[in-house]
Design a protein around this ligand. Structure first.
Ligand SMILES: Nc1ncnc2c1ncn2[C@@H]1O[C@H](COP(=O)(O)OP(=O)(O)OP(=O)(O)O)[C@@H](O)[C@H]1O
Length: 227
């Protein structure tokens, strides 16, 4: 489902004498349906950079990143947006939402955008919000005024609403209480059982041990650290 080959990325710092920082070289891995791979490596090794390349936010200078048959290093923006809508989910720690949209709609929206009925989308959203312990009295309110932890859980509910065949998880259990952390780990296990190919960054070692089938140390793709 996800294939990365010969991945290369460097950053040019234009405001600092055009200094070039090589970050990734020869990055290579595959993630099959139903498999969860954890990216590891020291701080600064390039874990977030790999995730941003996989989501199409950063453009790689070398190599191929094929997700569900689409090479996102060469794809048009509209093809990447279609991939994100139907195939490739991303759960970060932070919620970015349009103001004044009720929580229930924020969580239902990914399902409506892939053509699910209003009823099915709402049912799934209610189920996820209940499981993630967002009180029902908050569902019709915009999450913009929610606490940090509530916003994080709304974001997780939204990220898991549609059964994406490929899923990127950036510290999904960071700063959650013990019960909600368990719920999120169960959601990840359910996504795997449903056939999702998952790539994640988990600083939470126990969470990583529970859900990840394999670890990939990106230090091996980092020329200045591997040397
Ligand atoms: N937009 C950017 N411009 C310039 N340099 C960048 C940019 N993004 C990342 N880098 C550099 O790339 C390297 C890898 O950063 P990255 O955030 O991917 O590491 P990481 O392994 O995720 O680290 P951490 O565990 O601390 O989050 C760092 O040296 C960083 O300074």
């Amino acid at each position: 489902m996800i294939t990365v080959e010969d991945l290369g990325k460097s950053f040019a710092l234009h405001n600092q004498g055009a200094t070039i920082i090589p970050v990734l070289e020869g990055g290579k891995f595959q993630v099959k349906p139903g498999e969860c791979v954890a990216l590891t490596g020291v701080s600064g090794a390039g874990k977030s950079t790999v995730m941003r390349i996989l989501y199409g936010n950063y453009l790689a200078q070398a190599g191929r990143v094929v997700i569900d048959g689409l090479d996102i290093t060469k794809a048009e923006p509209r093809e990447i947006l279609k991939l994100r809508r139907q195939t490739l989910g991303y759960v970060s720690q932070f919620l970015r939402v349009v103001p004044r949209v009720p929580t229930i709609d924020v969580v239902s929206e990914p399902l409506l955008s892939v053509g699910k009925s209003e009823e099915e989308a709402r049912e799934r959203a209610c189920d996820l919000l209940s499981r993630l312990r967002i009180p029902e009295r908050l569902w019709e309110l915009s999450p913009t005024t929610f606490s940090g932890g509530e916003q994080q859980r709304v974001n997780i509910a939204r990220g898991f609403a549609h059964a994406y065949p490929a899923l990127l998880l950036d510290e999904p259990t960071a700063s959650l209480d013990a019960q909600n952390r368990q719920t999120v780990l169960t959601l990840i296990e359910e996504a795997k059982a449903g056939g999702a190919a998952i790539v994640g960054i988990f600083h939470d070692v126990e969470a990583r041990a529970r859900v990840a089938d394999r670890e990939i140390d990106v230090t091996a793709f980092t020329p200045r650290l591997a040397a």
